[in-house]
Design a protein around this ligand. Structure first.
Ligand code: GAR
Length: 186
């Protein structure tokens, strides 16, 4: 059984879709949900699925506490689903080619530091771009620059607001992220 850990900092709607997808799977299971926010709603969602949770501070993560926990839990793949802290290099190296992130835009556009959540959708709106989308990529030491595994696009109309763009992007994420993860597992 392949063991997945999901790291998320907020609501965790993607985490929920992933837990739903692998519930009862004979191939992979979500063995841990980790968050740097003790009050993140993703922790409630994990409880609903009976998935163990783990919270940690940035300082603890940087000191290797999260890596130790992932190793203790025999995690094979780390899934970043709205996780907003920069991952320490040691952790990235430990899960080299086994860590995947979802970004709410068509990278390389709207990537890099400060580009997360609503900030991305505001930037798309301000640009006048006629499409946006999602990018699922492997994580390396350079923010949002790991190998791209999958992208999907959605139109942006002049009537769209950052909120409606977010809804369209979330719909794509929920539709594709779980199955792209499954395809990566081989
Ligand atoms: C998702 O849209 C994800 O792409 C984004 O945070 C949202 C989390 O939503 N991630 C980033 O911006 C990372 N740079 P969720 O908590 O409902 O899954």
């Amino acid at each position: 059984m392949i063991r997945l850990a999901i790291l998320a900092s907020g609501s965790g709607s993607n985490a929920e879709k992933i837990m739903e997808h692998f519930q009862g799977s004979s191939k992979a299971q979500v063995g841990l949900v980790g968050s740097n926010k003790a009050d993140a709603f993703v922790l409630e969602r994990a409880k609903k699925f009976g998935v163990p949770t783990f919270t940690f501070s940035r300082k603890e993560m940087d000191a290797g506490v999260l890596l130790a926990k992932l190793q203790e839990e025999k995690i094979d793949w780390v899934i970043l689903a709205g996780f907003l802290l920069k991952i320490p290099d040691e952790l990235i190296r430990a899960f080299s080619d086994h860590m995947v992130n979802i970004h709410p835009a068509l990278l390389p556009k709207y990537g890099g530091k400060g580009m997360y959540g609503v900030h991305v959708h505001e930037a798309v709106k301000a640009s006048g771009d006629t499409e946006t989308g999602i990018t699922i990529h492997l994580v390396n030491e350079h923010y949002d620059e790991g190998k791209i595994i999958f992208q999907a696009a959605t139109p942006v109309t002049p009537e769209d607001t950052p909120d409606t763009i977010a809804q369209k992007v979330h719909a794509l994420e929920h539709r594709y992220f779980p199955e792209v993860i499954e395809s990566l597992l081989g």
